[in-house]
Structure formats: structure tokens, C-alpha cells
Ligand binder design. Structure first.
Ligand SMILES: NC(=O)c1ccc[n+]([C@@H]2O[C@H](COP(=O)([O-])OP(=O)(O)OC[C@H]3O[C@@H](n4cnc5c(N)ncnc54)[C@H](O)[C@@H]3O)[C@@H](O)[C@H]2O)c1
Length: 429
């Protein structure tokens, strides 16, 4: 049945946590350049992808559902460094000066608000542009005020909050995360060991009715308390961890082995990365958060319990090495040991020389635009259809995450079809 979708009228405020980071500044600069006609939004599903309709006609997604227009976006956010988006983008060295200069004025106007930060959650970072907060609850109150002030000052009709800030240290799920009442109590009691700064941003966004997206592997909204809160406030949440490079490859190759019933005995993945993200991940506690996210992929695709002969004993290892000379130009190597007919072994080597933020920027933009669409369509809680963009898709305790990129793509299309009351076309016709 067709869903009621409110039109995308007025301005959409996009508040980015980590507004001075590599992903954030690359997304913002690229969006500004696209709307000026200076660059093409390559890699963006919302801007470029098409879908086949029930009558076999091929239509652009942006012509099927009412997405916010890029011209209606106002960017803002928070960072632990006070640099404006132009200075921060120059520091990140993802885009060259020629490309940044085309949107220099607009970027210079984007100045981050002081961050909600706790050094214990990202020990390699020493920022100066930070809020003073007596408790985590006070942090939330200040962030809520920031959102309200930004919305009023920029005459925005709606806000989306996107976490593109550094990965926090690994923490397991604890009792304080299991219900909204317990979470709020822990925030008020200032339990800084279980309440991360990212949880304060997420809580503030949801409380203000703004969809929240987790682009890092942080636990943050991946807890029952936040699922409860987002449903109570009727707000969509999405995450986690942008699926940009090596995991994108993994979630394409693994389904291929499985579809052809080829066995896998080992998968070794390693990276070198030299940007600030790499520096933060060089700390073992922060790497652990990323490692858990990257490791989660294979098992759910292979289903070893169903296919023990093929995937019962896969040795999976993931490494990230901080190597400053490479900056944002990550290099990833995968060695995959597979076996075929009668168990004969073969190897596949993948060497992906990627640009991390060039791959992540369109994902971030699409997550923002689709989350805003979901909110206008009255959808709330975990947006599993946005798993397509995520390395570690959020899911509740009753469901399994879906990792296969092509199944995830079908989920995107199915959700969009449901919104407009369309059936799947007959691909054999
Ligand atoms: N680049 C990719 O392909 C990719 C893929 C998946 C996930 N990610 C994740 O996205 C995030 C951003 O990556 P990046 O390469 O832009 O990193 P980055 O280090 O360039 O940017 C992160 C920014 O966050 C800021 N920051 C840290 N803690 C903050 C806080 N509490 N409040 C506000 N700002 C804060 C930092 O000052 C920095 O400017 C990381 O968590 C990374 O793991 C990136």
C-alpha cells in the first residue's frame, strides 16, 4: 500500500559530527560543487541511480520519491578543532586546491560548533574546541540547544544529524544500554564509562526529532535504549560504519563464492592508511571497534551452519596499519583461499588502491537524503533498508543483519517501491 510522504519543502539542515574530518569535508565540498555544476556526484545512488518500474520503464530514483534537493541543504556541525570547512578540507588533503577553490566561500562559512568530547573515548585526539559539561546529561542539553539554534538561524524545516567523527573505543553492551530509562539514568548520573559522547549526540538528535546516522562502528545507537527512544519519538536511525572500500569488495565476492557453492578456507585482509582516522585506529581500543565491525561480515553471508563443508572452518583476519605517507589514499590487500571441485585449492588476490573519503562521501550524502525521506514517510527506528551503505548493519535481537550487497540493494528498491505503492517488475517479461 502506498505510504503518505510529506513533500521535501523548505531547507534541510545537515549537522555533521566531525564536520572538519576527511569524509565530512569531502561530502560537503562535493555537494556544494555538484549544485554549482562544477562536479558530478559520482557514486551517489540518490543522484544517479535508476530503477525499473512495474511497467518496465526505467526511472531515476530522485524522480520516483521526493528527495530533498541539493540546493536546499544547509551544512553545519561540530568538531573538536575550530577550523572552518575550507581550512579543514585543505588539512585533510583529499581534494586538491583547484576543486576546493570553486566552493571556497561557501566552505569558509561553515564553522563547527564546539564538540561534545571526552579524551578517554579517542585517546589519540587532543582538541581544543570542546564544550564544558558537568554531566553527560548536560552534554545532551547543550547539543539539543545547538540543534534548535542552528535550525532557527538557518530557517531549516528539518534537520538530519550524521556522525562522521572518529571511531570511539570499543565497549560491549551493558545494562545501562538496555532500556531508555536506564540510559537516561546513566546520563544523569554521569556514568562516563558506558555513555559515550556519540550517544549524547544521538540522544540529542532523536530528542529534537532529527534522524541520526552512525557512520563509524561505535556502539552508540546500536542498543535497545536508542531503538526504544527512536520509536517513541518517531525518528529514523541508521548505521553503522560506512561500507566504502574493502568491505564493499568482501560483500560482493563472498556472495559470489556462495552462489557458486565454492568453499573458502581463509580470508586475510590488511590495509595501510595514513589519515587522522588511521591515527585514531592505531590505538588498540579504537581498532577493536573497527575490527568487530569488519569481522562481522563473512559469517552471516556464508552461513557455515548450513554449509559446513564449504564454510565450516574459515580463518578470517583483518588488520589496519597506520602509515602516514599514504594519507587518505588507503591501500587494501585481500588474500582469499578458496577451494573447488573435489576440494582443490585456489587463491584470489585483491589489491584495491582506493581513496577512502572519495568512496565514503556519496554514501554519507545518500544516508542523509534517504533518512530525511524515511522521516517524511513516517518511518522510525532502525532503517534496515539502509544496510546497503553500512559495513555493520544495525539490527535488533530478533533479526540477522544482511550483508550481501545485492540483497541489500533489493531491500533499498523494495522499500522505495513500497513507499509509492508499486510492484516489482517481471524480469523475465
Ligand atoms: N573514510 C572511509 O572510507 C570510512 C569508511 C567507514 C567509516 N569511516 C569512519 O568515518 C569516520 C570519519 O572518518 P574520517 O576519515 O573523516 O576521519 P577524520 O579523522 O578525518 O575525521 C574525524 C573528525 O571527527 C572529529 N571528532 C572526533 N571526535 C569528535 C567529537 N566527539 N565531536 C565532534 N567531532 C569529533 C575529529 O576532530 C575529526 O575532524 C571515522 O570514524 C571512520 O572510521 C570512514
Amino acid at each position: 500500500m502506498k505510504q503518505e510522504i510529506k513533500p521535501a519543502t523548505g531547507r534541510l539542515g545537515v549537522l555533521v559530527v566531525g564536520a572538519g574530518g576527511a569524509v565530512a569535508t569531502t561530502m560537503i565540498a562535493g555537494t556544494l560543487a555538484s549544485r554549482k555544476g562544477l562536479a558530478k556526484p559520482i557514486g551517489s545512488i540518490t543522484q544517479l541511480a535508476t530503477m525499473r518500474m512495474e511497467n518496465n520503464e526505467e526511472k531515476r530514483i530522485k524522480d520516483i520519491v521526493p528527495l530533498a534537493d541539493l540546493n536546499d541543504i544547509v551544512f553545519g556541525g561540530w568538531d573538536i578543532f575550530p577550523d572552518n570547512a575550507y581550512e579543514a578540507a585543505m588539512y585533510a588533503e583529499v581534494l586538491n586546491a583547484k576543486d576546493l577553490n570553486g566552493v571556497k566561500e561557501e566552505l569558509e562559512a561553515i564553522k563547527p560548533m564546539p564538540a561534545a568530547f571526552d579524551h578517554n573515548w579517542a585517546k589519540r585526539l587532543n582538541g581544543t574546541h570542546i564544550k564544558k559539561a558537568a554531566t553527560r546529561w548536560d552534554m545532551v542539553e547543550q547539543l539539543r540547544q545547538d540543534i534548535r539554534d542552528f535550525k532557527a538561524a538557518n530557517q531549516c524545516e528539518r534537520i538530519v544529524v550524521l556522525w562522521a567523527a572518529s571511531t570511539e573505543i570499543y565497549i560491549p553492551l551493558s545494562d545501562e544500554h538496555k532500556s531508555l530509562a536506564a540510559l537516561e539514568k546513566a546520563m544523569k548520573e554521569n556514568n562516563t564509562t558506558v555513555i559515550s559522547p556519540s550517544m549524547c549526540y544521538a540522544y540529542a538528535a532523536i530528542a529534537e526529532g532529527a534522524p541520526f546516522i552512525m557512520g563509524a562502528p561505535n556502539l552508540c545507537v546500536d542498543i535497545p535504549a536508542m531503538w526504544e527512544f527512536s520509536k517513541k519519538m518517531n525518528v529514523p536511525i541508521a548505521g553503522k560504519d560506512f561500507k566504502s572500500g574493502q568491505t564493499l569488495m568482501k560483500t560482493v565476492l563472498a556472495p559470489m563464492f556462495k552462489t557458486r557453492m565454492l568453499g573458502v578456507s581463509g580470508w586475510f585482509s590488511t590495509n595501510i592508511l595514513g589519515n587522522r582516522d588511521g591515527e585514531v585506529l592505531d590505538d588498540p581500543d579504537n581498532f577493536k571497534t573497527k575490527e568487530v565491525s569488519k569481522l562481522s561480515v563473512i559469517d552471516t553471508i556464508f552461513e557455515p551452519e548450513k554449509y559446513p563443508d564449504l564454510y565450516g572452518d574459515v580463518y578470517h583476519k583483518v588488520r589496519i596499519n597506520y602509515y602516514p605517507p599514504r594519507k587518505d589514499n588507503k591501500e587494501a590487500w585481500d588474500n582469499i583461499d578458496i577451494f573447488g571441485w573435489m576440494g582443490y585449492p585456489m587463491q584470489i588476490k585483491v589489491n584495491f588502491l582506493c581513496r577512502d573519503s572519495i568512496l565514503a562521501a556519496p554514501i554519507a550524502l545518500d544516508l542523509v537524503l534517504f533518512s530525511d525521506l524515511a522521516a517524511r514517510a513516517g518511518m522510525c527506528g532502525i532503517q534496515t533498508w539502509l544496510s546497503f551503505f553500512c559495513k555493520s548493519p544495525m539490527h535488533d535481537f530478533e533479526h540477522q543483519p544482511e550483508h550481501d550487497l545485492f540483497t541489500q540493494w533489493r531491500m533499498v528498491k523494495q522499500t522505495l517501491r513500497n513507499m509509492i505503492g508499486e510492484k516489482e517488475p517481471d524480469y523475465l517479461a
